[in-house]
Design a protein around this ligand. Structure first.
Ligand SMILES: C[S@@+](CC[C@H](N)C(=O)[O-])C[C@H]1O[C@@H](n2cnc3c(N)ncnc32)[C@H](O)[C@@H]1O
Length: 221
């Protein structure tokens, strides 16, 4: 099946199910205008995250990798009025663009974007005794995924759902000799998750407007 068909099916689903709106489109437009890379989740993947978090009744959501706040907005839409989302981002400029997008989406009081290397931000949260999260979305630098898993677990409770994006990487994830450090990061992440007794989960391959990749989804016990 050619890639053009994957894209057409994405477009079909987005149109049929109304998976874009002014707020989301404006977030992408302003991310583009700000020079941010187009590495956000696709609209149908954003909705997938919203449905997952909402069906799980998540009140506290942690996101690792904000970019322009596109997936943040999708996840924030799953929150109840008293819910909270913290999103971690390395780049100050990305965070500035994201905050504007998040404010326009109506989530200024519920969403906080914290700037800095996510590993340091996560350790600071642990040191501060931050309340555990219900739902964690990992979508930052792939080399650090093994550390993100360890720290996410430390910030989880029984019943927390952890989702990680981009774990298939055009299928390269099955190559143990890959010289791509992002592939090795993802492989180590999955190997550690597989060996972690508190985690039960799976890998789901995805195709579409963002190419061939996949999500990992784990439930913490
Ligand atoms: C794939 S993008 C996130 C996309 C976003 N979740 C979305 O779908 O709209 C990855 C983001 O992680 C950020 N990032 C990279 N390394 C990081 C690190 N060490 N700590 C925190 N954020 C990092 C990048 O600057 C980038 O904005």
């Amino acid at each position: 099946m050619p890639e053009s068909t994957w894209k057409k099916v994405d477009e079909y689903a987005v149109q049929l199910l109304s998976l874009s709106d002014r707020t989301l489109d404006a977030a992408l437009a302003d991310s583009d205008a700000g020079g941010l890379p187009q590495i956000n989740v696709a609209p149908n993947q954003g909705k997938f995250l919203e449905v997952l978090a909402a069906s799980h009744r998540s009140k506290r959501i942690l996101e690792i990798g904000t970019l322009g706040g596109y997936s943040t907005i999708w996840l924030a839409r799953a929150l109840p009025p008293d819910g909270q989302l913290i999103s971690l981002e390395l780049e100050e400029h990305h965070a500035q663009v994201a905050r504007k997008n998040i404010d326009r989406a109506g989530f200024a009081t519920q969403v906080e974007v914290r700037v800095g290397p996510a590993v340091a931000s996560l350790r600071a949260m642990l040191d501060a005794g931050t309340e555990r999260f219900d739902f964690i979305f990992i979508d930052a630098d792939k080399e650090s995924y093994p550390q993100y898993l360890e720290l996410s677990l430390a910030l989880s409770r029984t019943g927390t759902v952890i989702v990680a994006d981009n774990v298939v990487r055009d299928g390269e994830v099955i190559d143990p000799k890959s010289k791509d450090e992002r592939v090795q990061g993802v492989r180590e992440f999955l190997a550690r998750a597989a060996g972690e007794a508190r985690l039960s989960g799976t890998v789901v391959q995805t195709v579409g407007s963002k190419g061939y990749d996949g999500f990992a989804i784990f439930l913490v016990s």
